[in-house]
Design a protein around this ligand. Sequence first.
Ligand SMILES: [Zn+2]
Length: 78
Amino acid sequence: MYVSKILICTVCGEEFVFTADAQQYLAEKGFINDPKRCKSCHIKSKQLHRQNKYHNNGTPIPHITITEQQKNIDLPKE
Ligand SMILES: [Zn+2]
């Protein structure tokens, strides 16, 4: 059985809950290490990664597209 635990985000230093459900989910996916970033920092890094990927491809992104992506990510989905 998994038990929810409190972890410290290495990016923003905030405490966040690593829930039992999330631990089980990640274990099933083969991840054995605790997450090092809170949810919002994780989303931010994914967003950054996506933007870097676009730049590496050399595809110019219209400014409005980025703005719309950020709006979507900022919306709470739970
Ligand atoms: Zn964080």
